[in-house]
Design a protein around this ligand. Structure first.
Ligand code: 5GP
Ligand code: ZN
Length: 114
């Protein structure tokens, strides 16, 4: 996708602080962190949102969730816990139209508020 911010980040056309990378996913620090640890994890193919997930591409989501505990352990916040968030579409508050999961840790989040 020509105009996609996260596709450009994956290609290195826009700089990012890489946290993890493999053949299917790329993870980098959020530019506007909402927690002491705030990592954005994206598939290396353009999927615009959770609405576009199918049997064919859901393996990217599986890989992302395999990577979540690896990153949390590596950065040292796994034991205390963390929150994984996907924003989908307008009502979900999605601003970048490339599927991504926020991995946030290092502080306590309250549920349902906070
Ligand atoms: P969304 O609101 O779509 O769920 O999340 C998009 C996230 O991408 C936001 O948390 C925002 O701070 C982050 N973001 C937007 N532009 C950039 C950028 O250029 N670099 C990085 N590292 N993060 C970005
Ligand atoms: Zn993209």
């Amino acid at each position: 996708m020509e105009d996609c911010l996260f596709c450009k980040i994956i290609k290195g056309e826009i700089p990012s602080t890489k946290v993890y990378e493999d053949d299917m996913v790329y993870a980098f620090n959020d530019i506007e962190p909402q927690a002491p640890y705030h990592i954005v994890i994206v598939p290396k193919i353009h999927i615009s949102s959770a609405n576009e997930l199918t049997e064919e591409n859901s393996k990217y989501v599986a890989r992302i969730f395999e990577v979540v505990p690896k990153i949390a352990k590596e950065l040292g916040f796994a034991e205390n816990g963390y929150r994984v968030i996907n924003n989908c579409g307008e009502d979900g508050g999605q601003t970048v139209k490339h599927l991504h999961f926020h991995l946030t840790g290092g502080r306590q989040f309250l549920w349902p508020a906070g």
